[in-house]
Design a protein around this ligand. Structure first.
Ligand code: CUA
Length: 319
């Protein structure tokens, strides 16, 4: 991404510099050329339509280039590629807590292999922070109460600065860390010998799912009092009030914390709220588990895919 961002930035700077030179040159030239002279009277000019259209349309065209180019970069930064490795990030005053899908936990450090797409699923347990890695040209606010995401693919091994870029209290400036990009073999060794893991994020989530009693209602058949969650992630969900929403990380998160916010069509709002009962880390594990019930290969196409066969409570999932 860095090359694209830099190219746009250089283009902006060059266009601005050219305009600046043009404007100041004309100011000086016209001041000299049309200066007050003895015996010469000023002539009233009525304006020129072709000239005015030209100096309106030309800059508009240039601005549209900025817009289209910027939008293209923005959307590619916003859209993690399919199959990216996921890392959950929790910001808190004043540290970054990171957890890999495989279960490795880190503080203020993120180890990744070179050349792999990494999707960050981020939230805060207190105030607004911002995840900023200047070398990768990525900066994304990290908000309490919801997930924001960003992604990167590091192209060179090395250690890169990680900053918090949103003033978040006394030790904001100390909320720094590093992203360590390693050769794949090195990374494998790190995974093996690295921080003690207590199983993958999804398997921790599965244990929690049972422990919190979720499994009693969200059964894997059609008899549960809650929707069967197998194969539903990343697909549209028809709600009781007729709306259709995408089942993404934020939807799952909200449905755990405030289940009555968006009730799935055909179900009653009987699920207890877990707001304040699960930590951000536990929530991340639950989300990872629910995602693991829908492997990407099963539902890569999002339109007109298989309607859940004979699963009456789901209703028409694809709207
Ligand atoms: Cu966190 Cu500034």
């Amino acid at each position: 991404m860095a090359g694209n961002v830099d190219a746009l930035y250089i283009f902006l700077t060059v266009v601005s510099a050219l305009m600046c030179v043009l404007v100041f040159t004309l100011v000086v030239v016209f001041a000299a050329r049309f200066r007050r002279r003895k015996g010469v009277r000023a002539e009233q000019i009525e304006g020129s339509l072709p000239l005015e259209i030209t100096w309106s349309v030309l800059p508009l065209g240039v601005f549209f280039v900025f817009f289209a180019w910027g939008a293209w970069i923005y959307f590619s930064e916003r859209t993690p590629p399919q199959g990216a490795s996921e890392v959950y990030v929790v910001g808190k005053q004043w540290m970054w807590k990171l957890e890999h899908a495989e279960g490795q936990r880190e503080i203020n450090q993120l180890h990744v292999p070179v050349g792999r797409d990494i999707k960050l699923i981020m939230t805060s347990q207190d105030v607004i922070h911002s995840f900023y890695v200047p070398a990768f040209r990525i900066k994304q606010d990290v908000l309490p109460g919801r997930y924001t995401t960003t992604w990167f693919r590091a192209t060179k091994p090395g250690t890169y600065h990680l900053f918090c870029a949103e003033y978040c209290g006394t030790q904001h400036s100390g909320m720094i860390g590093s992203v360590v990009v390693m050769e794949p073999a090195e990374y494998q060794a790190w995974l093996g010998g690295g921080g003690a893991t207590t199983g993958s994020l999804a398997s921790n989530g599965q244990a929690l799912f049972t422990q919190l009693g979720c499994a009693t209602c969200h059964r894997t058949d059609t008899q549960g009092r809650g929707p069967n969650l197998v194969g539903t992630f990343g697909k549209p969900v028809l709600l009781e009030d007729g709306r259709t929403v995408m089942e993404d990380e934020n939807y799952v998160r909200e449905s755990i914390l405030v289940p009555t916010a968006k009730v799935v069509s055909g179900f009653k709002p009987v699920m207890p709220a877990f707001q304040g009962m699960v930590s951000e880390e536990q929530l991340n594990a639950l989300v990872a588990y629910i995602k693991s019930l829908s492997p990407p290969s099963a539902g890569a196409a999002n339109t007109a895919s298989v309607a859940p066969s004979g699963e009456k409570p789901h209703g028409p999932e694809v709207h």
